[in-house]
Design a protein around this ligand. Structure first.
Ligand SMILES: [Zn+2]
Ligand SMILES: [Zn+2]
Ligand SMILES: [Zn+2]
Length: 276
C-alpha cells in the first residue's frame, strides 16, 4: 500500500452545473460547491505517478485550476461524451511528459475512442497544431498503469456495460444504475468509495441518491462520496440530510487514499518523480 491523493476534477453530470440557460436555484447558487464540471478524478502519488480517470469535456479548465503538470496514464470508464471530450487536451501532457501517453479502455470504449478521435489515431499527413500522441491499451482484467494496480469493476449504466475501478482501498464507480453481484465481491474492505448519484428522481442509466446510498451501505466503505450530480441537488442542503460517512463530493475535493503498487513487475515508479 502507498498513500495517494485523489482530486475531484469534476463532480457534475454531462451538462455540468450550472446548466446553460437554466435559472433554477442551484444553477444560480453563489456557493462554489454548487458549481460542477464534467466528471473526472486525478489520482496522484506523492512524487510518483499520476493517473486520470476519463478526459472530461472540461479537462483544460480542470488542469489549469489544479495546476496539473504530471500525467502518466489515462483510464477510461466508458465513451460517453462527458467522459472523453477532453482527449485533445492530452497534447499538453505529451509535451510535459515528453512522450506518448498510455490510455486504458475496454474493447468497446477503445473502439469508440478510435472512431470519435480518428484524427488522433490515424494522424493526417500535415500536422498543424499537432495531435495527441496516444498509446491505446485494451483492458482485459486487472492491470498495472504507471506502476499502480488497477482492478476493473464491471457496472451497468442502463444496459451499457461500463467499468468502475478499484485502486487498493479506494474505488471510483461513476455512471452506474446497477452493480452486478460479482462486482460487489470486488468491493470489500474499501476505505473510500465514490459512486454515481444523479438526483432524487429515478433515471434509466444513473443511481438516484437513495439507490446509491443503498449500494454504499452494502459495500460498507469507511467513507462514501457521491458524484455525477445534476442541478437537482443543492450541495449544502443535500449533505445536511445525509448520515455520517456519506456526502456529496464537490469539485476540488481532495481525499487521501491508499493504493496498491505493482512491485513484482519492477514497474513501480521512482519516488523522485521521474517518468517510469
Ligand atoms: Zn457521465
Ligand atoms: Zn438548473
Ligand atoms: Zn455515461
Amino acid at each position: 500500500m502507498r498513500p495517494a491523493r485523489v482530486t475531484f476534477l469534476g463532480t457534475g453530470t454531462s451538462h455540468g452545473v450550472p446548466m446553460i440557460g437554466c435559472t433554477c436555484a442551484v444553477c444560480r447558487s453563489t456557493d462554489p460547491h454548487d458549481r460542477r464540471l464534467r466528471p473526472s478524478i486525478y489520482l496522484a502519488l506523492d512524487g510518483g505517478p499520476a493517473l486520470l480517470v476519463d478526459t472530461a469535456t472540461d479537462l483544460r479548465q480542470q488542469a489549469l485550476t489544479h495546476a496539473l503538470t504530471r500525467l502518466d496514464a489515462v483510464i477510461y470508464t466508458h465513451s460517453h461524451a462527458d467522459h472523453v471530450m477532453g482527449l485533445d487536451e492530452l497534447r499538453r501532457f505529451n509535451v510535459l511528459m515528453q512522450g506518448p501517453l498510455p490510455l486504458y479502455a475496454d474493447a468497446a470504449t477503445a473502439a469508440e475512442l478510435q472512431r470519435v478521435f480518428r484524427y488522433a489515431f490515424a494522424p493526417p499527413a500535415q500536422l498543424g497544431g499537432g495531435v495527441p500522441q496516444l498509446d491505446l491499451r485494451e483492458i482485459r482484467g486487472p492491470f498495472t498503469a504507471a506502476g499502480v494496480r488497477v482492478v476493473p469493476v464491471p457496472l451497468l449504466h442502463g444496459r451499457l456495460p461500463i467499468l468502475g475501478y478499484r485502486f487498493g482501498r479506494f474505488a471510483y464507480l461513476t455512471d452506474c444504475s446497477a452493480i452486478p453481484e460479482a462486482s460487489f465481491e470486488l468491493l470489500h474492505g474499501l476505505d473510500v468509495l465514490v459512486i454515481d448519484a444523479l438526483r432524487h428522481r429515478p433515471h434509466p442509466t444513473h443511481f438516484t441518491l437513495a439507490e446509491a446510498s443503498a449500494a454504499a451501505a452494502r459495500i460498507g466503505a469507511g467513507r462514501t462520496y457521491f458524484t455525477h450530480i445534476c442541478h437537482d441537488l443543492p450541495h449544502a442542503a443535500t449533505n445536511a440530510t445525509l448520515p455520517p460517512g456519506l456526502a456529496l463530493a464537490h469539485d476540488g475535493l481532495v481525499v487521501d487514499v491508499d493504493v496498491d503498487l505493482d512491485t513484482a513487475s519492477g514497474a513501480a515508479p521512482a519516488a523522485d518523480g521521474g517518468a517510469a
